[in-house]
Design a protein around this ligand. Structure first.
Ligand SMILES: [Zn+2]
Length: 157
């Protein structure tokens, strides 16, 4: 998967859940192996229908999405909106307002403000992971704008 070059491309790419999944795996696990956020096991199965992973180890919260532990968690906003928003914010050389985000992505202004706030914080810390999340020691701007496959799984390069 190449980095999108335009907003239109970003929206197109991330409207496909498989692309969002590939992207999220790429920024969270440098080796491309999905691990359970609760126990760290890699014995996980992807469930196509619910778009969730299921950990085979017996513990609470066996089912998880790739948003768990990231700045995208705790919001009903889908990755199909989040990821183009990140692209937009990083690409805007002179900054972007929540109003522009609202107009470009068709989300409410309140939602746009929330997204802008979270994404800016992620850019500052250099990770999509929340402070207590595991992994994801990847430079955000390089992931998106560098156009390189540096953060994609080595197997796919
Ligand atoms: Zn687990």
């Amino acid at each position: 998967m190449d980095s999108p070059k335009t907003l239109l491309e970003a929206i197109n790419v991330f409207s496909n859940p498989d692309n969002c999944r590939e992207f999220m795996i790429g920024v969270r696990w440098l080796d491309g192996v999905v691990r359970c956020p609760a126990c760290g096991s890699d014995k996980v199965v992807y469930m196509e229908k619910s778009k969730l992973y299921n950990c085979k180890v017996n513990h609470p919260k066996q089912k998880f999405s790739l948003k768990v532990g990231t700045i995208f968690e705790d919001s009903p906003i889908g990755l199909d909106k989040w990821l183009p928003a990140v692209w937009l914010i990083i690409s805007a050389k002179h900054g972007i307002s929540s109003y522009e985000l609202h107009r470009s992505l068709g989300v409410t202004q309140k939602t746009a403000w929330f997204m802008l706030h979270r994404i800016r914080l992620a850019i500052q810390t250099g990770s999509f992971m929340k402070a207590d999340g595991n992994g994801g020691e990847v430079e955000i701007d390089e992931t998106f704008i560098g156009g390189k496959a540096r953060n994609m799984h080595s197997a796919k390069r």
